[in-house]
Design a protein around this ligand. Structure first.
Ligand SMILES: NC(=O)C1=CN([C@@H]2O[C@H](COP(=O)(O)OP(=O)(O)OC[C@H]3O[C@@H](n4cnc5c(N)ncnc54)[C@H](OP(=O)(O)O)[C@@H]3O)[C@@H](O)[C@H]2O)C=CC1
Ligand SMILES: N[C@@H](CC(=O)OP(=O)(O)O)C(=O)O
Length: 372
């Protein structure tokens, strides 16, 4: 029986990962061990009739007992623990949600509906480092897999609308706390529809900018606003989140760097769960909506094509509709009136905690265990 260590299980990604592993019965036939960076020795999750005690996620000895480690603890943890474990002589498989090791030449980025052949080749070649891709890129590629397989994409501009939970548990709590802070100061009379709305708008605008608004995690108000920067500043006009777009897309597809140019802006929005991306696509030839729908839908079972009309877009292509679903929605496909070139718009919406994070990790475990 393989010993599988799970680190980060109470975080945003980890709690969804654990929920999915329980739903899919992934814990059968393995010996699971749960770790913590903050409360080793305390009671951990209770799954069925098994109560787990937490092991120390900083103990190299305790980690080295594992055949496979799945971590969603974050990049700083990976950067400090993974090299120490390797130096200790550990030879197990490391499956990671964090970006820290993604571009390492010994790492394979995992997104099996899109790059299963690359994953299988990596396993055969003895690669032991498997990293989930950036959530926005992963979800865009899941939506566009049919066009990728048909080699139809010349370049893409990806403009993201990333949810608060993409930044982690503390951040999504803060968005909800910001909303609660504003609500606390509003009376039912102020919310009534009669009279001028301007005093209400002005009051809420003041509350949003108040120094008492909880902004410790995001550093800025998100409720009623956007934050136009995600991850660090690379100093060349790009955020690191934007840089990942091209670097990871080509690596996931097993293409030489820069083969498919990808760039855009990554924006944090006051959405609870689900990342969206408005993508401008330069295709290699004209593709009408019917052909697009067939290519997209035939690619894999986790994509849902939404015809480009108001009724279906408004009802089926939203974070509210897609949250919690493994289906990645793709729609708003139309030819853009730009020089009559084959340039198209498309919107992808997907749950960044499922296909954007937890799903590739648990499926990689199942690939290593020979279950799929
Ligand atoms: N959030 C997302 O949508 C995505 C995240 N990722 C990546 O996955 C990794 C983990 O991200 P994410 O899960 O969002 O991070 P979180 O911040 O939600 O959780 C990370 C760790 O923080 C600790 N923690 C401290 N306080 C709390 C609290 N109040 N509630 C829960 N956990 C707490 C836990 O460690 P402990 O139990 O040891 O104290 C937990 O494992 C990161 O590298 C991230 O970049 C990748 C794709 C998508
Ligand atoms: N940065 C993404 C989530 C994430 O953690 O991405 P990455 O794994 O590439 O750091 C977001 O905030 O929405």
């Amino acid at each position: 029986m393989k010993h599988v260590g799970i680190i980060g299980w109470r975080g945003m990604v980890g709690s969804v990962l654990l929920q999915r592993m329980v739903e899919e019965d992934d814990l059968h036939d393995i010996s699971a061990h749960f770790y913590s960076t903050s409360s080793a020795g305390d009671p951990g999750p209770v799954i069925g009739d098994v109560s787990y005690t937490l092991k120390d996620a900083h103990s190299i000895e305790a980690l080295a007992e594992m055949d496979i480690i799945i971590t969603c603890q974050g990049g700083d943890y990976t950067k400090s623990i993974y090299p120490a474990l390797i130096n200790h002589g550990w030879q197990g498989y490391w499956i990671d949600a964090a970006s820290a090791l993604r571009m390492d030449e010994k790492a394979c980025i995992i997104l099996d509906p899109v790059n299963r052949a690359n994953i299988d080749r990596a396993v055969e070649d003895g690669i032991k480092l498997f990293v989930g891709g950036n959530c926005s890129i992963t979800l865009s590629l899941m939506g566009l897999a049919g066009l990728i397989k048909a080699d139809l994409i010349e370049w893409m501009s990806v403009m993201t609308y990333q949810s608060a939970s993409g930044a982690g548990a503390k951040h999504v709590r803060e968005l909800i706390a910001q909303s609660a802070y504003i609500n606390r100061y509003l009376s039912s009379e102020e919310l009534a529809t009669s009279g001028s709305v301007l005093p209400l708008v002005n009051k809420v605008s003041e509350l949003i900018n108040s120094t008492d608004m909880p902004t410790q995690s995001f550093g800025a108000p998100l409720m009623g606003s956007i934050i136009p920067w995600i991850d660090s500043d690379l100093g060349d006009g790009n955020s690191r989140e934007e840089w990942k777009g091209e670097a990871e897309t080509n690596k996931i597809l097993g293409l030489p760097a820069g083969t498919i140019p990808v760039n855009g802006l990554c924006i944090r929005v006051g959405v609870i769960r689900c990342h969206s991306a408005a993508i401008t696509l330069k295709l290699k030839r004209e593709v009408n909506e019917a052909e697009f729908a067939t290519l997209i839908t035939d690619a894999h079972p986790w994509v849902n094509y939404v015809p480009n009309n108001k009724e279906e877009s408004v009802s089926k292509l939203t974070p509210a509709y897609i949250s919690g679903s493994p289906q990645v929605g793709i729609g708003r496909y139309k030819k853009m009136a730009l020089n009559n070139e084959p340039i198209y718009s498309v919107l992808t919406v997907g749950d960044q905690l499922l296909w954007g994070a937890a799903e590739p990790l648990r499926r990689m475990l199942n690939i290593l265990l020979g279950r799929v």
